[in-house]
Design a protein around this ligand. Structure first.
Ligand code: PLP
Length: 394
């Protein structure tokens, strides 16, 4: 009677949200301070002062229709121009405002990009695993097929695996750096090597393999900031948002930037506008388009996330947990002490630790810990992590 695929999607809820909601119920039962919820990537750093100041300024300066009315489908012209100018200045890429499309966060940027790129049912999007679980939903909805490929021991790119997965059906390679859930930040050398690989694959193809870069964590980086992908590969589409960098996850604001050097850039951009129309996006929130345009260089305070990373990584390694030190974002990806990560998470729950098993990230045997929480939550959780590890020793 109803759309079966949509019904299934609604009924098989995101594992992350399920654990998060269990955590809320559990907090109501035993007290907030007794539950250590590391499930969801909701930024704990406040938005930078520049955001609040800009919002207040806008509210006082502009009439309601300019704050709360519709904008053009692709966004306010002055906002698109500000984003393009920021990208030109920051990364030295020849970005054009005509190829910037304002979105409801990175999620809708990705959905519109997949819908625009996937021309025929079953075209493939190659993604290094582990990956953000919603990619599978977005790609399937666009009629495509997500093709996960392994990464190396430090969760960096395995170019052999990527090259081996590229077929005539491949439409794009999808990268997320800094990465959710591993915290890996791909190096300039890795990205250049990937660009060379894709250029080699492009020989003899009618359309190139596109590179889609999902970048909501770009400004949350503890190592050398990642190279801007458009600077190394022409056929690039960047999907970005302010959810994490400005701690505005609930405001739903982001953008798509299509490289002017991309094959068929203008046509692809029209297809993105068309996809946004078909998906009913109408336009990105007008007030927040204006607010972020005034804060493009700002980012939330990274110091607290770095302290949390160092504290948690150091303490867990000391207890015998195995993990790779995150280079960015706010997630720690920890090897489960038993092969079944879901069983490990169930055991962790007995210690009131809420962790996410890695299976929906396209890889088994790990858990994701979101450390975007107050520092004292981490401090108070450490005895529980130690007790949990102890259960594997006795
Ligand atoms: N991509 C990745 C890797 C994410 O982790 C998230 C959210 O957690 C998104 C995209 C969606 O971001 P947004 O809230 O901006 O839609």
């Amino acid at each position: 009677m109803f759309n079966r695929d949509m019904q299934k999607l609604g009924e098989t809820r995101s594992v992350i949200r399920e654990i998060f909601e269990y955590g809320n119920r559990r907090k109501a039962e035993i007290g907030e301070e007794n539950v250590f919820d590391f499930s969801i990537g909701n930024p704990s750093a406040p938005p930078p002062a520049a955001v609040t100041e800009e919002l207040l300024r806008l509210l006082g300066a502009l009439p309601p229709e300019k704050l709360h009315g519709y904008s053009s489908a692709a966004g306010l012209p002055e906002v698109r121009a500000a984003v393009a100018s920021f990208l030109r200045g920051q990364y030295g890429v020849p970005m054009s405002e005509d190829l910037v499309y304002m979105t409801y966060g990175a999620a809708s940027a990705l959905s519109a990009t997949f819908s625009a790129l996937i021309a025929e049912e079953g075209e493939e999007i190659v993604v290094p695993a582990p990956f953000f679980p919603e990619y599978a939903v977005f790609v399937r909805q666009a009629g495509g097929k997500l093709v996960p490929v392994p990464t190396d021991a430090a969760f960096h790119l395995d170019l052999g695996a990527i090259g081996g997965a590229i077929t005539p059906k491949t439409k794009a390679v999808l990268l997320n750096s800094p990465n959710n859930p591993t915290g890996a930040v791909y190096t300039a050398q890795e990205l250049s090597a990937l660009a060379d690989l894709l250029q080699t694959c492009n020989r003899g193809r009618e359309t190139p393999v596109f590179l889609i870069c999902d970048e909501p964590y770009r400004k949350l980086c503890y190592v050398e900031p990642p190279v801007y992908p458009m600077a190394v590969y022409p056929h690039t589409v960047v999907c970005d948002s302010f959810s994490k960098s400005l701690s505005l996850a609930g405001e739903r604001i982001g953008y798509i930037a299509v490289s002017p050097q991309c094959a068929g850039a203008e046509t692809l951009f029209s297809a993105i506008v068309g996809a946004g129309r078909a998906l009913g996006y109408v336009c990105a929130p007008t007030l927040f388009q204006r607010a972020v345009a005034g804060c493009l260089g700002a980012s939330c305070d990274l110091a607290a996330y770095r302290e949390n990373r160092d504290l948690l990584y150091g303490a867990l390694c000391g207890m015998g947990y195995e993990c790779v030190k995150p280079e960015g974002a706010f997630y720690l990806f920890v090897k489960s002490p038993e092969p079944d990560a879901a069983a490990f998470c169930a055991r962790a729950r007995e210690h009131e630790l809420l962790l996410v098993p890695s299976d929906s990230f396209g890889i088994g045997g790990y858990v994701r810990i979101s450390y975007c929480v107050a520092r004292d939550v981490i401090e108070r959780s450490l005895p529980a992590f130690a007790a949990l590890m102890q259960t594997y020793r006795t």
